[in-house]
Design a protein. Structure first.
Lengths: 258, 271
């Protein structure tokens, strides 16, 4: 369970990233956060694994306040929170298997990992994760030889290998074409249901949010302006969240491929 | 009609650069030009007769140096090998010590500013000392031989390598490092898995490049007593034994070309 209580964040340059955030995310939920760019979606998601640190309020993960975590506590927190990025964030010159094994870093000692002495079951786990996202045949390819969709699947495999309790996905489909976007979202949804991993996804495409989310949180200017089950959401709701009429480019489109 | 609109359009069309920039660039251009002209005039005054006798002297020099005494080559092999060994040892040591220094002087890795500034300044100071001066100092400290040469080359290449590599580190893609951090890796794991694969090709290439420089520099260092083939060359020149000196020069020339060829091929294969 993730609990935000009166969380605020002011960046060193004075920008207010988050304002008075109060929200609770329950275990097993698939939450989509929507909002225009600059609305604070990324800041909110990155607060949870402390890639950014809120400046006020309290934020607890599994009933422990994480805001004063440092060093090994922080690393332990991060091992149970997997993250997926817009630009995949793979090491381009390294092969797919090693990229996926990086998900085990938090569980592996420094010396062991530097000498490439991963445990056998970790390597097995990495391979299994790659097969789950249907990319098991590419293990020795360099990451930059893959297409964008394939790279994002590798990064999902990396997160799976981490065996997290939570998955954060920061605009995971913004750099992909419509069919690939649906494929990636389908994998995320499947993982959420099969492993019961709480998943929080940032999106700005409203049709995708409505299709995949259990619950939608709307943000504008650092504040939560909507929070409710996806079934309650209409285009009208989005117009309220965005503060303007819905446009063509707010939709991803593309039929769902299965 | 057209006659009336044309001047208007001309007046409204903006020039590509603002007038201020144009003025600045013009001034800088003339200052640089003036500097060139001044130094041309000045050096020619100081070098009066500099070129006049050169052609005549060339003949005398060539006559003294030729034909080279190639029989001396087997006897100087050992010194030549020492020169290469000096370069190998110095480059290897520098390549190892560069890693922590380059990391500490890269702004994106060392976020603790005082430490970063300290390492930067240390490396900058190191680089300002010419290799020849280093050799003279170390020869004074340790006496004539290989050790002062190795030390001089080591410090000299450390300065270059750490600078080049820290700049490479500053240019890497930070995104994979963020991903490693987000999955709970500690700083060593983040560097080892996120950073090293990104800089390894350039690192190897720079080390080979510095090795080439060191081979050439170690010859020069020999002249001030830092061992190797340079020392032998200096002795032969001192005895006015020009045919022997010429043979040594040819040997150095060939060895340097061969080593550069090999390391060029290696670097091409890497990048």
């Amino acid at each position: 369970m993730i609990e935000f209580k009166d969380v605020g964040l002011i960046y060193p340059n004075g920008t207010e990233g988050l304002k008075n955030i109060n929200v609770t995310i329950n275990d097993g939920e698939f939450v989509v956060i929507v909002g225009l760019s600059g609305a604070g979606k990324s800041t909110l998601i990155r607060s949870i694994n402390r890639l950014v640190t809120p400046t006020s309020g309290s934020l607890s993960v599994d009933n422990e306040n994480i805001l004063d975590y440092r060093g090994s506590d922080l690393r332990k927190l991060r091992t149970k929170i997997g993250m997926i990025f817009q630009n995949y964030n793979l090491v381009n010159r390294t092969n797919v298997l090693k990229n996926v094994l990086a998900g085990r870093l938090g569980h592996t000692g420094t010396l062991r990992s530097i000498l490439n002495l991963y445990k056998k079951e970790d390597i097995g786990l990495a391979y299994e994760s790659l097969q789950r996202v249907n990319i098991g045949e590419k293990i020795y390819n360099r990451a930059d030889e893959l297409s964008g969709g394939q790279q994002q699947r590798v990064s999902i495999a990396r997160v799976l290998t981490q065996q997290p309790k939570y998955i954060l996905a920061d605009e995971p489909v913004a750099s992909l074409d419509p069919p690939t976007s649906h494929q990636v979202m389908t994998y995320l949804k499947k993982i959420n249901k099969e492993h019961n991993i709480t998943t929080i996804v940032n999106l700005h495409f409203i049709d995708m949010a409505m299709e995949y989310a259990d619950r939608i949180i709307g943000m504008r200017a650092g504040e939560i302006v909507f929070d409710g089950p996806a079934s309650n959401v209409t285009e009208k709701t989005f117009e309220e969240i965005y503060g303007r009429a819905i446009r063509e480019d707010d939709l991803r489109g593309g039929a769902k491929e299965s | 009609m057209t006659k009336q609109t044309k001047p208007e359009a001309l007046r409204k069309t903006p020039s590509i650069y603002p007038t201020k920039t144009k003025l600045q660039i013009t001034i800088i251009f003339f200052v640089v030009l003036g500097f060139y002209l001044f130094s041309m005039v000045w050096t020619q005054r100081e070098m009066v007769g500099g070129f006049g006798d050169a052609l005549g002297n060339m003949y005398t020099v060539i006559e003294k140096f030729f034909p080279p005494n190639l029989e001396v080559i087997p006897k100087v092999w050992e010194a030549m090998a020492q020169t290469i060994q000096m370069a190998v040892i110095a480059t290897t040591l520098a390549a190892i010590l560069t890693v922590p220094l380059a990391l500490l002087s890269a702004q994106n890795i060392t976020t603790f500013k005082p430490l970063y500034l300290f390492t930067r300044t240390l490396l900058n100071t190191l680089r300002t000392i010419p290799d020849l001066v280093l050799a003279v100092i170390f020869v004074g400290l340790f006496g004539v031989g290989l050790l002062p040469g190795i030390l001089a080359l080591f410090i000299f290449s450390l300065g270059i390598l750490a600078k080049l590599i820290s700049e490479t580190i500053e240019a890497v893609d930070m995104n994979p490092l963020e991903a490693m951090r987000a999955s709970g890796g500690n700083i060593f794991q983040v560097i080892y898995f996120g950073l090293i694969p990104q800089v390894l090709p350039q690192f190897t290439s720079f080390v080979l490049y510095v090795f080439e420089i060191n081979i050439r520099a170690s010859v020069v260092l020999g002249l001030v007593g830092a061992g190797g083939i340079g020392l032998v060359l200096d002795q032969q020149l001192g005895f006015y034994n020009y045919p022997n000196a010429m043979a040594i020069i040819i040997l150095i020339f060939i060895v340097v070309i061969v080593i550069e060829f090999i390391s060029n091929k290696l670097r091409e294969a890497l990048i």
